[in-house]
Design a protein around this ligand. Structure first.
Ligand code: ARG
Ligand code: ZN
Length: 885
């Protein structure tokens, strides 16, 4: 039974206000709610009465009163229904009894380490009380919480609080009022023993906002970075998007059991504590950046998601793609724009492209779903952000800002669709000409393939760029149409400078040239340049990765690409040119490994790598992070994707390993010399410059760690001993482990001894072993004292890291990786279907593997599919994966 966008109907009734009382009392927890209901005035109501069908899930018997009189509703597993007047408003009261401790699905009201908390997106509110649990029903909320003072000194909900009141018998209560109408998925409450970090922020319009971050007792010190990040992103959203905060308090709570990253509940963001807690001795540079980005993401939802929300869940990307775009921009402004772009594009290639090219491919705005929780995907989030980026760059900064202002002011307080977002964008397009079909990007699944052919005639002073695009069929979408593909480009002269291109000297077909963007809007298009200056000219295409397409360029040989890698003034593109050379070299190695041929010689590429990554003055350079990105190879996932079919994961890994090994054999002395200049002494300072230096040292060590010479162990050992913080410590430990170095065992033991009662830190210890071991390694680690099969972070650090970060382990030739994962997923499904479904999606590349592996994967998936009590979440994923191609 799937839900279709085409079947959308507005609700027959609206609920304007919710009065709620929740008494937190262990297995006797009670929720009572009063709804101020009225017939939807935009519909015609014929008989003077109609059915109010409330959503419900996993609720016991529900007590219902209408205008004070108890009634017998019709109730099934998913609904509570009864008749209501359509002539006037009604007061509907519902009451339920809940046991938060037994709610292991972590959706609705649950208990985590003794703390009551909620997760209502997408459909968790109906697991607390029956409701019109859909995002187009917006209500104001007044929420009273009651609990024993000793068990729950802290009681939080959305909005602004009134003073806490003492009740009899050691109980107390507090009332929260949220004046902003919101959908039920943004409801939240928290009750428990929590420590608090406080600060304040004054908005540009003079509102003094009390900020708090609540954490489990004893962890407040680890939340200070998060608080700084919160203040930083609040100021940034005022400055960059003119968005001001709109309540007197803003609370964040970090909890230790959470299905995803974090949740933007109005005024009360709830976080997986992994994305709040950090200290230099326990968190890596990446952890700090991710914390910063996720705090910003959830905070930015206050406007993109909460003030302007989604009409239905098909529009999920309206808030997620836009908010990811906003958090990416924030990170770009606070850290380094090029590095951020490189990181995001690498992630897109490694995660979204395989999704878009496999059995789980879906449009950024899907038109049907069985389980909405399975659509919180790289496609909706990351590809969604790429679409907003194309629109922003099409409009340019001023017009885009005006369009965003228009979007927020036009739709404030409403639940809208992507069409509404696009109409606000279009309204500010001014003289840009016909509005491109950006909606097509939301509705069509699959990654467009763009082939570009470059031909230049130096003597005639002419050049020709021919583009063509096509998209392969995806499940349910056999026929694809051309999309508007913006290609930001330049022609680069012999000195590496961009040529000024006058529109008079270009003939454009199949698209439009606006500024430096060629908008290809047909299956084929071309640019014919004339009157070019003498000398060699080369094209720099898709600058800053201007469209989320897979592009291939004909007519540029290796030396052209090496030239552009060294000279392109667009730093992203110079990175991308070198990446395309690495990618070709790795694919070549892969195919030779498969054929048992010698691997050949990449000397010229090694030279270029050393020149780009290591030449002169690196120890005083300000762009060490850029150098690190330059010498980092495409990920194994990305390599597997570019190879395409019939994959042997061992050869994928060996292709990358052999490349590094040969690089060191060829240019190892330069690498070691460069490292020696850094002295391998790490301050552990979390400042960006120190982090950049670490990233370069680690990129070098990564290559060196593939050498067979034993002195590499010494070098890694020194780097490990010199580690001043967690980044160097865990990364060098991972490299030692990967080398099967005897030093690794000692270092793992020391780590365990130091951190065994710090679960979040132990997650890193589990993850590096899961990424470098086999199914047997996992089984052994599951018995470790710090492991907990019931905690999602632990499970992800072990099973998740194995399935997504260990190509040869998960895809082991004997099927052991698949089998173990399927067993664990099957067990987990009974407790936590969302987590089980998410882990199962790691199987999505199964058909790209060689025949023997496919047989094992299919058997594992079929075992899951035939489980008698399989959840909708898991069944949806497994069924889609088994669908014949
Ligand atoms: N809206 C959250 C975020 O992206 C994600 C929460 C999704 N939760 C879920 N169970 N589907 O910030
Ligand atoms: Zn989000």
């Amino acid at each position: 039974p799937s839900i279709r966008l085409a079947d959308y109907k507005p609700p027959a009734f609206l609920i304007d206000h919710v009065d709620m009382t929740v008494r937190l009392d262990g297995p006797c927890t009670q929720a009572k709610a009063t709804y101020h209901v009225r017939p939807n005035p935009s519909l015609v109501h014929a008989n003077g009465h109609g059915q109010l069908v409330l959503d419900a899930d996993a609720l016991g018997p529900v007590d219902v009163r209408v205008n004070g009189a108890q009634i017998e509703p019709q109730q099934d597993r998913k609904h509570v229904a009864f008749t209501l007047s359509t002539r006037e408003g009604s007061k509907v009261e519902v009451a339920t009894t809940l046991d938060p401790a037994s709610n292991t699905a972590l959706s609705g009201l649950y208990l985590t380490n003794g703390v009551y908390c909620t997760q209502c997106e997408a459909e968790g509110f109906r697991r607390i009380v029956p409701f019109l649990d859909r995002p187009d029903v917006l209500a104001t909320y007044t929420v009273t919480l009651e609990a024993q003072q000793a068990a729950c000194p802290v009681l939080l909900s959305n909005g602004n609080p009134s003073p806490i009141e003492a009740l009899d018998d050691g109980w107390h209560s507090i009332t929260w009022h949220d004046p902003h109408p919101k959908p039920s998925y943004l409801f939240a409450l928290v009750g428990g023993h929590l420590d608090q970090v406080r600060d304040s922020f004054t908005t540009r319009d003079g509102r003094e906002v009390a900020l708090s971050i609540y954490v489990e007792p004893g962890k407040a010190e680890r939340a200070t970075f998060a608080m700084q990040a919160l203040k930083r992103c609040m100021a940034w959203d005022e400055e960059r998007f003119g968005r001001l905060y709109d309540l007197d308090v803003f609370n964040i709570v970090a909890v230790s059991d959470f299905n995803l990253g974090a949740m933007e509940n109005k005024g009360l963001n709830i976080f997986n504590d992994k994305y709040i807690l950090a200290s230099p001795t326990t968190a890596t540079d990446e952890d700090y950046q991710r914390i910063d980005a996720i705090i910003a993401h959830e905070y930015f939802h206050n406007w993109s998601g909460n003030r302007v929300t989604c009409r239905d869940w098909f529009q999920l990307c309206l808030k997620e793609g836009l908010t990811v775009f906003r958090d990416q921009e924030y990170t770009s402004d606070i850290y380094d724009r090029t590095i951020k772009r490189i990181t995001d594009v690498r992630d897109l290639w490694a995660h979204q492209f395989p999704e878009d090219g496999g059995p789980l491919a879906h449009a950024v705005r899907p038109d049907s779903y069985r389980e909405i929780n399975n659509f919180y995907t790289a496609t909706v989030y990351e590809k969604g952000a790429e679409i907003v980026r194309m629109i922003a760059s099409w409009l340019g900064p001023q017009r885009f800002r005006a369009a965003m202002d228009r979007y927020f002011s036009t739709y404030d307080g409403q639940a809208v669709r992507l069409e509404d977002f696009l109409s606000a964008m279009k309204a500010e397009a001014g003289d840009l000409g016909a509005w491109p079909d950006f909606l097509g990007w939301y509705t069509q699944a699959g990654t467009p393939q763009v082939s570009v052919d470059w031909q230049a005639d130096t003597h005639a002073g002419t050049a020709h760029l021919a583009f063509s695009q096509s998209t392969s069929p995806t499940p349910g979408q056999p026929d694809k149409k051309p999309l508007p593909v913006p290609c930001r480009l330049a022609l680069v002269d012999e000195a590496g400078d961009d040529l000024a291109i006058s529109p008079d000297h270009v003939v454009v077909q199949g698209g439009r040239l606006v500024g430096d963007q060629f908008l290809l809007d047909s299956a084929h298009g071309s640019l014919q340049f004339t009157d070019l200056p003498s000398g060699t000219v080369r094209p720099s295409l898709f600058r800053d990765y201007s469209a989320p397409v897979n592009h291939m360029v004909e007519g540029l040989d290796d030396s052209d690409r090496l030239f552009l890698a060294a000279k392109d003034s667009n730093t992203f593109s110079s990175w991308a040119h070198l990446q395309s050379l690495y990618s070709d070299a790795l694919q070549r190695r892969y195919h030779r490994l498969t054929l048992g041929e010698p691997l050949g010689d990449d000397h010229a590429l090694f030279e270029a790598m050393i020149a780009a990554g290591l030449c002169c003055e690196i120890d005083h350079d300000t762009d060490q992070a850029g150098r690190a990105a330059t010498i980092t190879l495409p990920s194994a996932h990305d390599l597997a994707r570019t190879i395409g079919r019939n994959i042997d994961p061992l050869h994928v890994e060996e292709a990358r390993i052999s490349f590094s090994r040969d690089l060191c054999a060829d240019r190892g002395t330069s690498v070691v010399e460069a490292l020696e200049r850094f002295e391998l002494e790490d301050s552990g300072d979390i400042a960006p410059e120190a982090a950049a230096k670490r990233s370069l040292v680690l990129a070098l060590l990564q290559h060196l760690s593939r050498c067979e010479t034993p002195d590499v162990d010494d070098l890694l050992g020194r780097a490990l001993r010199g580690a001043g913080g967690m980044t160097m410590r865990i990364k060098t430990l991972a490299l030692l482990l990967q080398r099967r170095s005897p030093l690794a065992d000692q270092a793992l033991e020391a780590f365990d001894a130091e951190f065994h009662d710090d679960p979040l830190t132990m997650d890193k210890w589990f993850a590096i072993q899961a990424m470098n071991g086999t199914a047997d390694t996992l089984v052994a680690l599951e018995g470790h004292r710090s492991y907990d099969r019931e905690n999602p972070n632990r499970v992800r650090s072990l099973l998740g890291a194995f399935a997504t970060g260990n190509l040869s382990g998960f895809h082991a030739a004997d099927g052991s990786g698949y089998q173990l994962m399927a067993e664990r997923i099957g067990t987990l499904d009974g407790r936590n279907p969302q987590l089980a479904a998410r882990l199962a999606s790691a199987f999505r590349t199964w058909r790209t593997m060689d025949a023997a592996r496919q047989t094992f994967a299919q058997a594992a998936l079929e075992t899951l599919q035939s489980m008698p009590n399989i959840s909708t979440d898991l069944s949806d994923i497994v069924t889609r994966m088994l669908e014949p191609e």
